[in-house]
Design a protein around this ligand. Structure first.
Ligand code: ADP
Length: 190
């Protein structure tokens, strides 16, 4: 079973690359950002709580996100494997994911980190904001906050996965196809 963590700062291209991996390896796609946005659209209690954090560029609370992951994994038990996109984003989330997957005897296979410089990230997100309709992609100060939170809370996961020999760094700059090629090659080597 292939369980991939697709990692990188906001705007690194995780969602785009996830599409290639799903197609190639037939994995179930689990994007916590998408799951949270659908809770917001459905105006659930969870969505209303998460929206307050997301709109300002902060992370949703670990308890909400981990609970959501547990139920989605329950619903997708028959999958060939999973691609986690935008999760885990804190050490607490990574520990929780290890516990859940190890209980099933199907640990994380590898963490693929897409590297992109800050200037490029801001340009990409502002560009995406013109068409995505996402409230967190319009304002430079919110985007900068997301990148700051990534550096503070999420980047430490590089050490977490490196300590398990599961950290793989991929250059996230270039054409979408070239990057997809790098990603697929890395997955092939796992
Ligand atoms: P991006 O990678 O561009 O930030 P996402 O869709 O992954 O886009 O995330 C959008 C927002 O959703 C984040 O800024 C955060 O507020 C919230 N979010 C997504 N995933 C998580 C998570 N694993 N933990 C906490 N908050 C999350």
């Amino acid at each position: 079973m292939l369980n991939l963590v697709l990692f990188g700062p906001p705007g690194a291209g995780k969602g785009t690359q996830a599409d290639f991996l799903i197609e190639k390896f037939k994995l179930a796609h689990i994007s916590t950002g998408d799951l949270l946005r659908s809770q917001i659209a459905a105006k659930t209690e969870l969505g209303i709580e998460a929206k307050g954090y997301m709109d300002k560029g902060f992370l949703a609370p670990d308890s909400i996100v981990i609970g959501m992951i547990k139920s989605i994994l329950q619903e997708n038990k028959k999958a060939n494997g999973y691609i986690f996109d935008g999760f885990p984003r804190t050490v607490e989330q990574a520990r929780a994911l290890d516990v859940i997957l190890n209980e099933n005897g199907t640990p994380v296979s590898g963490m693929l980190c897409l590297c992109v410089e800050k200037e490029e990230l801001i340009n990409r997100l502002l560009h995406r904001g013109k068409t995505s309709g996402r409230s967190d992609d319009h304002d430079v100060s919110i985007i900068e906050n997301r990148i700051r939170i990534y550096n503070e809370k999420t980047k430490p996961l590089i050490e977490f996965y490196a300590a398990q020999n599961k950290f793989f760094k991929i250059d996230g700059v270039g054409s979408v196809k070239d990057i997809a090629h790098r990603v697929i090659e890395t997955v092939g080597s796992l």
